[in-house]
Each structure stands twice: as C-alpha cells, then as structure tokens.
Design a protein around this ligand. Structure first.
Ligand code: NI
Length: 198
C-alpha cells in the first residue's frame, strides 16, 4: 500500500536536491533496489519532540552518533513493523559497533502514539530504540522536513489507517542526512552498508 507513495517520495527527494543545486548523487545501483546515495544539506532539520519516557529530545541530543531515522505509526499492520525489524536485525548484526547508531522512530500518528504506546511497541525491537511523538503540528513539521508523505484513510467499520512513505534515513554525527534506504533493503545489506560507513 505504501509502495507508490515511496516511489513518489524518492522522486520528490531527488527533485528537492536538484532544485537546491547541491546535488551529489552517485547513480550506482544493484538489482533489487539499492539505496540512492546522497550528500546534501537540504533534507532534514531540527526537531524537538517527546520520547517514550516522556523526556524532551531534540536533534542536538544525537550529535556525535549516527541516527537511523524512520517515520511510521504503531497501528501500522505491515510496513512499519517489517522495517523496524530490518533496522533491529541490521543493528544486531553489527554487534558492539551498533552503539554508534541510534535507531529513532518518529510517529506520524501522535493521536494514538503516546509516549506509553511507543514504549510498549518499541520494546519488541530492542532496548536502543528511541520513539518520538509530539503535537500533530510538531510531528507534521518534522515529517515535512524529511519529505515524508502521510495521509489518513478512514477504515470501513470505524477507525483509521495512515498511508505513508517508507524510507530509512541515515543521519551522520553532524545531524545531517547522509543517506537513505528504501523499503527493499534487507538486514544483511543494511548491516554491510553501515559497516562500511562506521
Ligand atoms: Ni507503516
């Protein structure tokens, strides 16, 4: 369900970079959807949100370490748990080196994803995950900084789901976007790639 929006997002990311005139795009790809490689300052930005323990966290808290950043929501039936699982497995493969990387999950559904809900949800993916929530305005603002697409869809029988793009962002120790990976990434490839960067 998120495949088309993800393709659009990747296109939007590339267009944004081109428009910024700061392009550095290596076109090398392997079969199976290799990550595009980008080195630009135009995507991402500052944030101030609340973590799963109720603590205020800003982008500056993560300086000096890499951040694997993903936007989603805990009620997501498929793509979010799968992608968080990929992140978790990749970090496990890195062993102790993974201490240089902080996995961060920003909810796009703050209405339901309270700090307590995030805490419960993220426990399944490992102790190092940081979950971030805030007001709808705050999380929308951060999502826009990262060109994240999301849209509420009413479900038959009540409730709602969110269509959303699925991209894993890697921020460098300087807090800037270093790279991103699409949802075709596997734990092995992600771990290998991170290993070359660390
Ligand atoms: Ni999802």
């Amino acid at each position: 369900m998120t495949r088309a929006p993800t393709a659009l997002l990747v296109l939007a990311l590339l267009l944004a970079i081109l428009a910024g005139g700061l392009l550095w795009y290596t076109g090398d790809r392997l079969p199976g959807g290799r990550p595009a490689e980008i080195g630009v300052a135009d995507i991402g930005g500052p944030f101030a949100l609340t973590d799963q323990n109720g603590l205020r966290r800003t982008d500056k808290d993560f300086r000096g370490r890499y951040v694997l950043l993903y936007f989603g929501y805990t009620y997501c039936p498929d793509v979010c748990p799968t992608t968080l699982g990929v992140m978790s497995d990749a970090l496990a493969k890195l062993g102790t080196r993974s201490s240089r990387i902080v996995p961060v999950f920003v909810t796009i559904d703050p209405e339901r994803d309270t700090p307590a809900a995030l805490k419960k949800y993220l426990a399944a993916f490992g102790p190092n995950f940081v979950g971030l929530t805030g007001s709808l305005a705050d999380v929308t603002s951060v999502a826009h900084e990262y060109r994240v697409y999301f849209a509420k869809q009413k479900l038959d029988g009540g409730g709602y789901a969110l269509d959303h793009s699925s991209v894993i962002y890697l921020l460098g120790p300087d807090g800037k976007l270093a790279k991103f990976y699409d949802e075709a990434i596997t734990p092995d490839r992600l771990a290998k790639d991170l290993n070359t960067i660390l």
